[in-house]
Design a binder for this molecule. Structure first.
Ligand code: SF4
Length: 366
């Protein structure tokens, strides 16, 4: 087998050619500090080329922590009796979204577990689509919805309500590992939702989890799957052990693994959005995630509203660190700056227009 040279692989990425699976596996296996630094610098060069010093920020409203599923890694799993759950009312959701919008975030992400109240009653989802339209109108911001693997009809309702993004993380594209992590759920069914949402004109966020037994080849396959679905936002999050779950005794992976994956995502998707999530370590390691090539800070949560994160239910929330004011000093320190709402709106508008054109071309070909 021929051996790869780091300069060649990085040079290929800089000339915007797609990396192969073996090249991605090679990058993920880097051990030497100077080589890892070169990888991160290349990721920064690529981010700078497409986004300059501008970083986007997303507000997060996790409005229901009830879920009908039993994912082994997640504290919201149905069989977790230790979990203190909540379900926010429509006015609480609107208040949280408005507060986030006033604080200067660029997008509102409405997230829930697969709450049986919604999954049991069609009209609840219709109400949610209407609420999404209201939140979008009141905040004037693009909207992402992360409601789980909803029906085709519900996806269409969201698209018609003007929802810009549909997020539904697979966590892994290794089917065996998926079955372990998400027992009783359909790998293909979940993937299909993203394809259908894309066909309806919504932008797609796909996500994977690091430290759950995946190999480097699995990550390379995930990159390929993300490319295949044309995801406009690609993310990785480190596994955090959760009380009341079967994986509570597993260790969280070294953060270097997540940073390497962020950098690889930037090389593979130089002009896409790649999050640095506050939901893993709070403000800690935000700088490192941005230095690995991320360009969106996600999971900003307004303090004192009784809202939680997903991986970290309370870390840095009531301290006010998961806010625009909390992240600005970190951006300043590394020469980055918060984008204007207009910059983000333009990016989303351009991508949605591009997607509509692609969809129309596909229809014309059929
Ligand atoms: S990951 Fe999502 S679907 Fe799975 S248990 Fe948690 S909230 Fe439910």
């Amino acid at each position: 087998m021929f051996s790869l040279k780091l300069e060649d692989v990085l040079g290929k990425a800089l000339s915007l050619r797609s990396l192969t699976g073996p090249e991605i596996v090679f990058l993920l296996g880097l051990k030497e500090e100077d080589e890892i630094c070169l990888l991160f610098q290349t990721a920064q060069v690529l981010r700078e080329r497409f986004f300059g010093p501008k970083v986007f920020a997303y507000g997060f409203v996790y409005f229901s922590t009830y879920c009908r599923n039993n994912c082994r890694f997640c504290s919201s799993r149905i069989s977790n009796r230790q979990k203190l759950r909540y379900r926010k009312t429509e006015s609480e959701i609107r208040e949280a979204a408005s507060s986030l919008a006033k604080s200067g975030v660029h997008l509102i992400d409405l997230t829930m577990g697969e709450d049986p109240r919604y999954y049991g009653r069609r009209e609840e989802f219709e109400g949610l689509a209407e609420l999404a339209a209201v939140v979008k109108r009141e905040t004037g911001l693009p909207l992402m919805i992360s409601p789980g693997a909803v029906s085709e009809k519900t996806l269409r309702d969201f698209a018609e309500a003007g929802v810009d993004w549909y997020a539904c993380y697979q966590e892994t594209h290794n089917r065996r590992l998926f079955d372990e992590l998400r027992p009783g759920q359909s790998y293909d069914g979940r993937m299909l939702k993203k394809y259908r949402a894309r066909d309806m004109g919504m932008l797609i966020e796909e996500g994977i989890m690091a430290g759950v037994g995946e190999t480097n080849l699995d990550i390379a396959n995930s990159v390929s799957a993300m490319r295949g679905m044309g995801a406009q936002q690609t993310r990785v999050m480190s596994f955090i052990p959760q009380d009341g779950t079967p994986m509570v005794d597993r260790h969280s992976p070294l953060r270097l693994r997540e940073l390497l994956i962020i950098a690889v995502l930037r090389l593979a998707f130089p002009d896409r959005l790649i999050p640095a999530s506050l939901d893993i370590d709070g403000l800690a390691n935000l700088k490192e995630r941005l230095e690995a090539g991320a360009n969106v800070v996600t999971s900003l949560i307004p303090p004192s509203m009784g809202l939680s994160g997903v991986s970290q239910a309370s870390l840095d929330i009531n301290e006010g660190n998961r806010t625009i004011q909390g992240i600005i000093p970190v951006l300043d320190k590394i020469g980055l700056e918060l984008a204007d709402a207009e910059d983000y709106g333009n990016w989303v508008g351009k991508e949605r227009k591009k997607l509509r054109r692609q969809n129309l071309n596909c229809e014309a070909e059929v």
